[in-house]
Design a protein around this ligand. Sequence first.
Ligand code: PDD
Length: 281
Amino acid sequence: RTVYLNGQYLPENEASVSIFDRGFLMADGVYEVTSVLGGKLIDFDGHAVRLQRSLDALDIRNPISVADLLEVHRELVRLNEIDEGMIYLQITRGAPGDRDFVFPDPETTEPTIVLFTQAKPGLADSPAAKIGMKVISIEDIRWGRRDIKTVQLLYPSMGKMMAKKAGADDAWMIEDGFVTEGTSNNAYIVKGNKIITRALSNDILHGITRAAVLRFAQEAQMEVEERNFTIEEAKAADEAFVTSASTFVMPVVEIDGVALGAGVPGRVAPRLREIYLEESL
Ligand code: PDD
């Protein structure tokens, strides 16, 4: 596989980063995941805007223009012959010579930028989307700036492991009784014809897929309500689903062992997945 590191295209085993990189030492960096369908980038512009927002929030200088970033994405898709899959992008504050809590001088420390591809054949036509996901609920103990897409992913990763151990596929996180989001996706419930999802704030990531799906839902005359919902309300809902760049729209059929509706994907989530894939291709 060919990867991109600081201006160069390299074979993956020749790409290396300093042990002093603050991404490695302090999770001082941000990332984006952009999906590829039919060799085409999905929602690149949205990801580029959110990337800049995350960098600004942490005062990390953006080492690349949006036009160059698009070119790198396209070149990696071409070089690695990606038809279905994703592109991972990470920018960290870089590698000063020492470990220090103080941010290094941006004049002397270059940010580190890495991009690589992951091929995922069958991503759009995923069998998992026909079965639906099982989720468990766990306490949301992450920090208070979940709107910044940092590489600090230990708790979401632990949450995913808790889900696996419980025989489920993912975890929904709960704060003050309300669902915030999934470990790596935004969470929704459906009651009748109404789609309910938490409103945007610092408590959740502002999903690029979320924005697109809510727009498509409204265009299809579905009702959307952005508000908090509890896990009890979710368990009593007709349907539930999650969205992300890596899963698009994925039905949720069970929460904490409680089946939603008939325990199979309902009407709304599969329809939204279909619309999302049609509009993206
Ligand atoms: N995760 N919430 C969290 C906590 C996420 O990590 C993600 C994305 C989302 C959905 O955002 P988007 O629709 O822009 O992908 C919501 C990516 C896919 C990941 O970490 O792999």
